[in-house]
Design a protein around this ligand. Structure first.
Ligand SMILES: [Cu+2]
Length: 66
């Protein structure tokens, strides 16, 4: 629901980033064990990718508060 914070942690040795496909948020380059957090204020579906490896993709779905 809105207001939820999501934290991504890079568990690999190679660096990755977290970048919203619609540019709402973007991490710096994350080394191994580095993390990035973002609080989603608005319900919706957020496609994201790694800007270094654009084939690495994911989606966060923020459901409306019921
Ligand atoms: Cu990557």
């Amino acid at each position: 629901m809105p207001g939820t914070t999501v934290t991504w942690v890079n568990k690999e040795a190679m660096p990755h980033t977290v970048m919203d496909a619609n540019k709402g948020f973007r991490s710096k380059t994350l080394a191994k064990d580095a993390s990035f957090s973002f609080t989603f204020a608005t319900a919706g579906e957020y496609d994201y990718l790694c800007s270094i490896h654009p084939n690495m993709r994911g989606k966060v779905i923020v459901k409306p508060a019921s």
